[in-house]
Design a protein around this ligand. Sequence first.
Ligand code: NCD
Length: 342
Amino acid sequence: MVKEQFVGEHYQDIGELNREVRAEYRKLNGDLRGKDILSVEQFDGETIARVLERADEIEVMTREERHGVLRGKHVTVVFYQPSTRTFTSFMRAAQELGAEVMGLQGMDQFSSVAKGESLEDTTWALEAYETDLIVLRHFADNSALIAADETDIPVISGGAGKYEHPTQALLDLRTLVKESPLEDPRKMHVGFVGDLKYGRTVHSLSRLLAITGVGQISFISPESLKLPRPILTALQNDGVRVVEVENLAEIIGQVDALYVTRIQEEWFAPEEYEACMAMAKSYWITPEVMQLMKPEAIVLHPLPRKEEISKAVDRDPRAVYRRQMNHGLYVRMALLSLILES
Ligand code: NCD
C-alpha cells in the first residue's frame, strides 16, 4: 500500500528538497552533535574528513573501548523498505558502541502504518518512548525531512525513496579512499553504471564527490536510465567534470573506479522494467569486461546485486564490494558516535 502511493512521483522535487536541506540550519559545519543526517548536501570537506577520521579511530579501538562510547544511549532503527546491509550495519554499529537498540523492519506490514498511520504520527510514537536517535528508511523522497521536522531527536536517513542515501555515500567514499591506490578522489575518474535515474546511492555519491572534489565523473547508461537533470545541473554548477555516455566499452578503460548498480525494479511498471532489463544486458560486468579495465581500477556496488556483476568477477582482486560492506560498519559507528557523544 505504502509503496504504490509513491510510485510515479516525479523528480522535479529534487531541486526543492536539495534547497531545503542546504538551508543554513541543516549544515553540519564540522559538528555533528545532535544533528540530523538527511542529505549529503549538508556536508562540507571538514565534516566529511571528521567522519572518515572517526571511522579510522573506531576501527583500531578494542571491543571494550567501543562498548563504552554510547553506553546508556538508545537507538531506534525503523525501516519501511527492505534492507539487508543498512539495517544490519546500523544495528551492529549501535550495539558495538554499547547503545541499546530497537530494530523495526517491515513497518508497512507490521505496524499501524498498515492501518494508515502517517509518518509524522509514527515519529511521535518513537520519540515518546525516549529513544535518543532514529535511523529511518522510507519509500517517500522527502521522508527523512518530514521525520526530522517532527522531532527534536536526531534522525539519520537510511535511504529515502529515489532521492538520497547519504550514509551509503559516506561508506562508498571511505571505500574509494581505502581501496583505490590513488587514495584521493580528486585524482580519480569515477564511472557510474546501471540505474542512474532511480538509484539513490548514485545521486548521493556523485553529489558527495562534488563536495570532496573528483577528477571526473562518467555516467554510463541508456537514455531511459539517465541521471535526473537537476542532479546533473547541480554537478555542473559545482564545476565537476561530467560526461554522459551510452556505450560502456567506450569509457571503461579510462575509469579508476566503477560504481555498478542494479535496475531499481520497485520503481518501474512491469513492462518498462522488462524493457530496461533487455537493454541493461549490454552493461553487465563479466570477466571479459574486467579485462578492458585498468589493472589498478576498482569495482564497487552498494548491493544487493542481480545479474549486473557476474559471480565470476568476485574473484578479481579489483572487486571491492565485499569489503565495501565492512567500511559501512565503521562509517555508521563514526556517525552514531559523533551525533550522540556528549
Ligand atoms: C541500496 C539502497 O537501498 O538504495 N542498498 C543499500 O542500502 N546498500 C541499493 C539498492 O537497493 O539497489
